[in-house]
Design a protein around this ligand. Structure first.
Ligand code: APR
Ligand code: PHB
Length: 386
């Protein structure tokens, strides 16, 4: 088998890259280890920056998103008995959109389906520093070889692509936070605004998917078992972490999905080794506070697809050579913002009352300073790609 770009991983990064390349007449094959059904069933975050919405729309993926996505002018932060609205529209002119990653995966699946090889096992990139790289994999017990010009590593944090880069070439930065997020979906009307809460009992978040589907999260200890959390226990804890005025407006009901995600910041540099290019979670992870993960996968694909298209259309490698630096610049901005928001809003083990008061003081400062709000809004809304 031969293609121009072999893409490892069929999450949002891999499928979006395949789709954008296809629109420009560049061939690709996506190798995904899981079944299609499994990939389509994953529930993840759901906030799109305007740049992400614009890019997806420009690439013909806006039809359902712009119909079903909920546009927000900003989001709120609650602490003690206070509530502050961070007005992205006012300060940046850039609203964001609540649209679940599960739906984006479906929209991408509809346009990429026939280029994806699902259940591709033992996927291994070879000779990525030569001009003739290739990828081997096993499907239904049979080994295959895919020759290509480039390999795109879009296989998430636990993927194989990053691991083929020899130690001396890669620098990794990591921070693991000592807690996780327990999230539920419930078929209840969400609160009108996406609202983050700092509380002495721990962080909470009220988010939404559709007018009748809500997404809520609470910070839990890192060794938490999901069976310890009945729906009743979840709702009691969630409501306790919001000021009464907000808690009173939360409609509870049975959960239809419940899961725990760890929190981590991680960056691997550079995002290129020879003809292997990393994109999305394969190269970086941010904690979900601020919902930057999916947006970074989309911005990586924006830069990488442009670079590959320039190479095939004009024979130039300038953008490919610049890819890692340009992508990492944006990545570090989002890593810093997600880290800052995580530090501001979560309860850290053994933090004592001192840190709680420092957090509250910083939130009070934010509430009293329009300049501070404008700076936060700018990072929350995200800057244009170029
Ligand atoms: N071989 C083939 N496929 C693999 C391998 C492998 N060795 N390892 C992982 N994969 C697949 C996974 O099954 C998954 O479908 O790669 C895909 C990676 O997808 P994501 O983890 O969704 O990563 P990405 O496409 O970069 O999207 C980033 O996902 O994790 C969220 O918050 C994150 O929203 C962000 C988005
Ligand atoms: C979500 O809706 O899942 C969500 C929203 C905002 C975040 C994280 C997750 O910061």
């Amino acid at each position: 088998m031969r293609t121009q770009v072999a893409i490892i991983g069929g999450g949002p990064a891999g499928l979006l890259l395949s789709h954008v390349l296809d629109l420009a007449g560049v061939e690709s094959v996506v190798l995904e280890m899981q079944t299609r059904q499994y990939v389509l069933g994953r529930v993840r975050a759901g906030v799109l920056e305007k740049s992400s919405v614009d890019f997806l729309t420009e690439k013909g993926l806006g039809e359902r998103m712009n119909r079903e996505g909920l546009t927000h002018e900003g989001s709120a932060i609650a602490w003690r008995d206070k509530r502050l609205f961070i007005d992205c529209q006012k300060y940046t002119g850039r609203p964001f959109m609540a649209y679940g990653q599960t739906k984006i995966q479906e929209d991408l699946d509809a346009v990429c389906g026939d280029r994806v090889i699902e259940e591709a096992l033992d996927v291994t990139p070879h000779d990525v520093t030569s001009d003739v790289p290739y990828v081997t994999f096993t499907k239904n017990g049979e080994e295959s070889r895919l020759d290509c010009d480039f390999v795109a590593g879009c296989d998430g944090f636990h993927g194989v692509s990053r691991t083929v880069i020899p130690q001396g070439f890669l620098k990794e930065y990591e921070r693991i936070y000592p807690f996780g997020w327990l999230g539920i979906l419930s078929e209840t009307p969400p609160v009108p605004q996406l609202t983050y809460a700092n509380h002495p009992r721990g962080f909470a978040l009220a988010s939404q998917r559709t007018p009748m589907l809500s997404r809520y999260y609470i910070q839990v200890a890192e060794d938490t078992k999901i069976d310890e959390w009945s729906d009743d226990r979840f709702w009691t804890e969630l409501l306790a972490r919001f000021p009464a005025t907000i808690a009173d407006g939360i409609v509870t009901g049975p959960s239809v999905e419940k899961s725990i995600a760890p929190l981590r910041s991680f960056v691997a540099e550079p995002m290129r080794h020879g003809r292997l290019f990393l994109a999305g979670d394969a190269a970086h992870i941010v904690p979900p506070t601020g919902a930057k993960g999916l947006n970074l996968a989309i911005s990586d694909v924006y830069y990488l697809s442009k670079a590959l298209i320039e190479y095939y259309d004009e024979g130039k490698t300038a953008q490919l050579d610049a890819y890692s630096g340009v992508a990492l610049n944006r990545v570090w901005g989002a890593v810093r913002f997600s880290w800052w928001l995580t530090e501001l809003l979560h309860l850290f083990p053994n933090q004592g009352e001192f840190k709680q008061r420092i957090q509250e003081s910083e939130l009070d400062h934010l509430a009293s300073s329009e300049r501070f709000q404008a700076a936060v809004a700018e990072q929350y809304a995200g800057l244009p790609f170029d």
